[in-house]
Design a protein around this ligand. Structure first.
Ligand code: SAM
Length: 277
């Protein structure tokens, strides 16, 4: 359990993951029926971009901080960027980056319910402190995969699950696939976002092929590669039951994001349907 998200908060991967997350939640909130929002691997909740951890990698400089200085972000990014701005003081340089739990908490309406799970004891206590006082949010300290299987199907019947593991374990791809298939069997109509690193392309291709072969419909995949020379350069998100307009609504936003976050000439973003609707 060495991974700490404080070193990576607000990087290019957070930007795509959180922008899609916010867009999907807002889309589902067009209906008044309540949602459950589940974050299986929550991290510390919110991050200080001036802290030594963030300073050590500087990853937010090539992530969220690039976007906040742009006035031409396409409409699908608006909700996300507004929430990041709202987490910061007006007319001051941004210093706070809201992680997925803080974004879920900000997105939740009065009748929505948020459950966030974190296994690392230090991050779990920071998370509890960060979200203290928000009656819509429950923090679970422990294994998010196990918690997910216990939480679904939810009483609300509608909702979004983010599964965002640190990929420290050698079998994380296999485990993620197995747990998702098990959760989907219990709750086939939930909307799921599964994050994965695109380092070894064969392994990622096997992962998406395994999911596509599991008989699950409405699977899609979004990727971004910022063409970075060191560390993580590319990531993917498998989406299940995402709004059907996503491909069209993000047709301009994805290439715009890839260009805005590019660190080399090969930067690109893709959308692919893995299984039919
Ligand atoms: N979702 C967060 C966000 O977007 O702001 C970032 C999460 S970070 C990539 C992954 C987190 O998962 C780490 O904080 C790590 O401690 C935690 N973690 C690792 N294994 C876990 C498990 N089995 N259950 C819950 N949390 C776990």
């Amino acid at each position: 359990m060495n991974y700490r998200h404080a070193y990576h908060a607000g990087n290019f991967a957070d930007v795509l993951k959180h922008a899609l997350l916010c867009w999907i939640v807002r889309y589902l909130q067009r209906k008044v029926a309540p949602l459950v929002l589940i974050d299986t691997h929550a991290g510390a909740g919110s991050y200080d971009l001036t802290a030594p951890e963030a300073g050590k990698t500087g990853e937010a400089n090539d992530g969220i901080l690039r976007l906040l200085s742009r006035a031409d972000a396409p409409p699908p990014l608006s909700n996300y960027l507004d929430l990041v701005r709202a987490a910061n003081r007006a007319n001051a340089a941004p210093t706070i980056y809201p992680g997925s739990p803080a974004l879920f908490a900000a997105l939740a309406r009065a009748a929505d319910r948020v459950v966030v799970c974190e296994r690392h004891p230090d991050d779990a206590s920071t998370l509890t402190r960060t979200l203290r006082g928000n009656r819509r949010v429950r923090v679970v300290t422990g294994d998010g995969y196990r918690a997910l299987l216990a939480l679904v199907p939810p009483v609300e019947k509608r909702g979004v699950v983010l599964v965002d593991p640190p990929f420290e374990e050698p079998d994380e791809f296999e485990y993620l696939a197995r747990m998702f298939v098990a959760a989907h069997r219990k709750w086939p109509t939930g909307t799921y976002l599964l994050w994965y690193p695109l380092k070894e392309r064969d392994q990622a291709a096997r992962f998406t092929a395994e999911l596509a072969g599991a008989g699950i419909r409405k699977l899609a995949c979004v990727t971004i590669d910022v063409d970075r020379n060191e560390g993580l350069s590319a990531m993917g998100l498998v989406l299940c039951n995402a709004p059907y307009t996503l491909e069209q609504d993000w047709a301009e936003a994805l290439p715009w994001l890839a260009a805005a976050l590019a660190q080399g000439p090969g930067a690109a973003a893709t959308f692919e349907r893995l299984t039919p609707d």
